[in-house]
Design a protein around this ligand. Sequence first.
Ligand SMILES: Cc1cc2nc3c(=O)[nH]c(=O)nc-3n(C[C@H](O)[C@H](O)[C@H](O)COP(=O)(O)OP(=O)(O)OC[C@H]3O[C@@H](n4cnc5c(N)ncnc54)[C@H](O)[C@@H]3O)c2cc1C
Length: 373
Amino acid sequence: MKIIIIGGVAGGATTAARIRRMDESVEIVLIERGAHISYANCGLPYYIGGVISEREKLFVQTVEKFSAQFNVDVRTESEVVSINRTNKTVSISRIDGSNYTEQYDKLVISTGAVPVRPPLPGIDIKGIFTLRNVPDTERVKEFVDQTKPQRAVVIGAGFIGLEMAENLHARGAEVSIVEMGSQVMAPIDFSMASLLHQHLTEKGVQLYLEQTVEGFERTHEGIKVQFKSGDSITTDIVILSIGVRPETHLAREANLAIGTTGGISVNEYLQTSDENIYAIGDAIEYPHPITKQPWLNYLAGPANRQGRIVADNLLGAKKTYEGSIGTAIAKVFDMTVAATGLSAKRLRQMDIDYRSVTLHPSSHAGTIPGRYR
Ligand SMILES: Cc1cc2nc3c(=O)[nH]c(=O)nc-3n(C[C@H](O)[C@H](O)[C@H](O)COP(=O)(O)OP(=O)(O)OC[C@H]3O[C@@H](n4cnc5c(N)ncnc54)[C@H](O)[C@@H]3O)c2cc1C
């Protein structure tokens, strides 16, 4: 059997490794558009901030090591440009412009997600970045190293936005966070977010909540970030982290079913509408175990778990995926913020009955040093 996996980072690399651990004979081809595989996305903001000082530390694996360890045919700088479901082939375009086709028995799509970059006026001005992969990170780091920005604006206060705010602060910039909603970290309730608001303000971060960015302009003072409200701030660097959307281009072109939230539709075995094609990770939608509604969950843990389930199913098992309730933990300066399941505000929106309790305990007993609060 020959299995082709598209995407070589969280979900894709896990699938390949698990297949090999379970079966020595299967032919595995891992195709990745970028130059790196199986790296830790979560470290990228910390490399920019200098917390991770060595670039090599970002990479969990090298192509050579992974290929040798797992006997996987890894093809980096190679993009799958189309899937032919009738012939069971994929067309691959190499970075040098050459093309070829490759036949598969089973195919796994783990193409991830792409950052949202709205077509706002001035969005292409130098100094405005999104962060998704290693090349994005290198671009931001080079800019910060070379220009040493005194002022930074982070648009979007999700966990990547907050991590970037902290890391740009660590590089000496005065940081402002601009957020359309009334709080940072949408998955948590306002009562928890307000603690973060206070903490961020204490650290000198300016918060612009309920502000929508309308466009950017290069002035001689820097990049002017214009809000719909009429206000504006001027900065040296902008990080756009207003969200991502599933990378479903290939699946759509191949007429695989796409769900209501825009992710690839899969069944409980993580099979797409074509039984020979599985899909995992940021690119899929799956019913939320509490709401039973399809949702998109952009986290590495579920991508890895789905990869292991798919590997087993490819080898004949019938394992089902139970879904994820989106457990996430982030460090925000000296605080740790964590969420799991659904917030009270979301439960209210969904008309689901709930109880809520707010506690203010210390992080540990006061007799032991380093207690928070
Ligand atoms: C800065 C940052 C920090 C993060 N921090 C955390 C964290 O702390 N905790 C956490 O749980 N999650 C974190 N995430 C999210 C996590 O990285 C993703 O949820 C996870 O990587 C999803 O796995 P995936 O396999 O679906 O996609 P990815 O790991 O993104 O891999 C998709 C790969 O597919 C490749 N690809 C796409 N299309 C093609 C094609 N046509 N041909 C060939 N290759 C293709 C892409 O180049 C990409 O490398 C973070 C993400 C970012 C960007």
